[in-house]
Structure formats: C-alpha cells, structure tokens
Design a protein. Structure first.
Length: 379
C-alpha cells in the first residue's frame, strides 16, 4: 500500500470517528473547518429542498415581482395569490438562500442571487424544465442500473430515444424543445465569440444549431460572415424563419438533415459544435467529429464548446449535474478536455487547443484545426 493510501486510510478513520468529530467541533483551531464541513454535508442532504424553494420562486415569478421594488409580505401574498403564512414561510426560506433579502420597514427585496436570476432568464427556464429531471431522479439507483425504462427526459429530448426520428418530433421541437435551448444560448454564444474571434473566417457552419441563436449572435458581430445551420428538419425550418424575420436571408441558410446519417454541407471554413457532443455516446460523437473534419477545407477550424468535466472550481457542474442529466436523457456523457482532445485527434484533426473562456462553468472551448494538406484517412 502506498504511503498516500495509508495516510488517507488514517484520515478516513479519524473523520468517521464520532469522538473526533465532537472534539474537532469544540477545539478552537479546528472548529471553523468542522462547522464548514458539517454545513456542506447538510447542504447535500437538503439540496433537493433548496432547489424546490427556487422552483416555487420561479414558478410564482417572485423575482420579477420584487424587481419592481421592495414589498411587504402582505403585499407579496396578495400579488402571488398565496396565503400570508405560506408566503412568509417562502420568503424566510428564500432569504436564507440569498434569493431575497429583508429590507427596512418590514419589506422584502431581491437578494444577490435573485437579482442575478432576473437578468438571466435562461436559468429560470432551466429551473422550470427541472420538474422532468426531478421525476427521473426519484429512483437514482434504478436509473443507474438501467431499470427505469423510458424516462421523462428521454421523452422530452425525443431525438435521444434512438437513431431514427420519432413521428412526434416536429411538434416537440417546435415548442419547448427549441425554446429551452435558445433561452440559454446568448450567454454561451458570448463566451465562445469572445474567446475565439471569427473576423478571419469566411463562412460558419453551426451543426445542431437549433433555431439559429448562435449564428444570429455571430451575425451581429461579423457583418461579412456567411452563416450555415444544419439540424433536424423541423428545427432547421424554424431557424430559416428566424433568419428571414431578422433580414439575414441573404447571408444565412438552414440545411435540414440528421448529422449522424447524412454528410454535412461543405464550403465553410469554420464549424461549431455548441453543447452537442456531450449529448452523444462515444461512437456517435466520434462519427460527428469525423463528419466535421470531412466537411472542412485544409486548415479549417472546429469550435467545440460545452461544459467539461474537471473544470477547476466548477467540478459539480459537469461531473455531477450533467453526468446524471445525460444519464436520465438516455445517451451522452460529459468528458474532460483531455478526452475530447484525444477524440479530436483520433478523428483526424492535426491541432487542438483548449482556449480560455470567461465563465468556464457555462462552457469551455476547444479549437481544433484540420491539417494544411489533406492526408489519407480510413474514416
């Protein structure tokens, strides 16, 4: 046994010993750490309750109400159509989570987290969407063992149910499906476009681009850039309608198809995969990466952007949240930057670089470049 294993075995015995726990909580030097860890453990146990308090605030539109100005509990109860006692209970709970805060004269206003939510509607959309995710997590062990059968998330994300599109997919994607994705896209788009300027590129192909939100943000910054979207037929149709409504019809076009079964449109010198690869298992992800390389000219660039495992300071985002979200969805997995770079190299890309983003919690970015001269690849 290595010395690190011996040390960790001793540490685990001490930390699991009730007598040591009581001593650490009483001793002056260890008391702050003991209390912090006790709080962290309780937060893990109570996390579902916290998330449901947030869900109630979002569903009742409490943050939008308080954005108009501080109100008393009586006023809030009347506006929310919730009994005063229950309203006070919700406000106390939300205040403890920094979603709201007490103000002078017995009023409540936005807390710093509640204020951030008002300016970020994508988070509210995800909180509403989580009612499906919570239903799938009722039995996490059954989910891990594959005993759950079809999940709520696999019904929602209909493309994840199998390689063939369901007949019901057009109705699904024309409403909540595309709206949910596009609501969070502006923040991610800003991250990518700040990290990798497109001024030297001629034409951007966004694969799995939904209703065109990423391309529309790129169009605002780069008036010279041609824009191409590739997605499933009903989604591509909606994107084309958005392009036309925004006056982008002359420089933006949407191609309909299944990127796991059909070749990607050629002619673009930069391709983007924004929150797409982690939705697919390894074989499908590799097929997609190879398809992007084939679609690019020599020296063409691929932008791969998504939350990634092992992000310093944000490990639970990809490792825990997206790990279980994708498990419930029925396919895909979060990956480390190193794993994604290895996959890109296996797909035939000559260079890969992890590029710094301002908010890696939301999205990290890998830039991959095709070789200058076309080489022979079996794939």
């Amino acid at each position: 046994m290595a010395w690190t294993d011996r040390y960790l075995a001793v540490r685990d015995r001490w930390l699991s010993n009730p007598k040591f726990q009581r001593w650490a909580a009483a001793f002056t030097l260890t008391r702050p750490t003991a209390r912090k860890r006790a709080r962290a453990l309780f937060d893990l146990c109570a996390g579902f309750v916290y998330s449901q308090i947030l869900f109630a605030c979002v569903r009742l539109k409490l943050f939008e109400l308080l954005a108009e100005g501080p109100l008393t509990a009586d006023q809030i109860a009347a506006r929310l159509a919730v009994p005063l006692d229950s309203t006070e209970r919700l406000l106390e709970a939300a205040a403890s989570l920094h979603l709201v805060e007490r103000r002078p004269l017995g009023r409540f206003g936005l807390g710093h987290l509640g204020a951030a939510l008002v300016g970020n509607p994508a988070v509210g959309a995800m909180v509403e969407h989580h009612s499906l995710f919570y239903a799938d997590l009722r039995d996490p062990v059954g989910l891990l063992r594959g005993e759950r059968g079809q999940t709520e998330l696999s019904r929602y994300w209909t493309y994840s149910a199998g390689d063939k599109l369901r007949e019901s997919f057009p109705d699904a994607c024309s409403t909540d499906y595309t709206t949910l994705m596009s609501s969070s896209q502006p923040l991610v788009s800003d991250e990518i476009l700040e990290a990798y300027p497109l001024n030297k590129h001629r034409c951007l192909l966004d694969v799995g681009g939904g209703d065109g939100s990423f391309l529309i943000e790129a169009a605002k910054r780069y008036a010279h850039l041609e824009l191409v979207l590739f997605d499933l037929p009903p989604v591509a149709h909606r994107a084309q309608q958005r392009f036309a409504a925004l006056g982008l019809g002359s420089r933006a076009r949407a191609h309909a198809g299944d990127f796991l079964a059909e070749p990607l449109p050629a002619g673009s010198d930069v391709v983007s995969l924004v929150r797409v690869v982690h939705d697919h298992d390894d074989d499908a992800a590799m097929a997609l990466l190879r398809a992007t390389r084939r679609a690019l000219p020599p020296k063409g660039v691929l932008l791969l952007a998504e939350p990634m495992m092992g992000t310093p300071g944000a490990e639970p985002v990809a490792d825990a949240y997206f790990g279980f979200y994708l498990l419930a969805m029925g396919r895909g997995r979060p990956r480390t930057p190193q794993t994604l770079q290895q996959m890109l190299q296996a797909a035939g890309y000559a260079e890969t670089h992890l590029v710094r983003t301002r908010q890696p919690l939301q999205s990290r970015l890998i830039v991959a470049r095709k070789a200058a001269a076309t080489s022979v690849h079996k794939n």
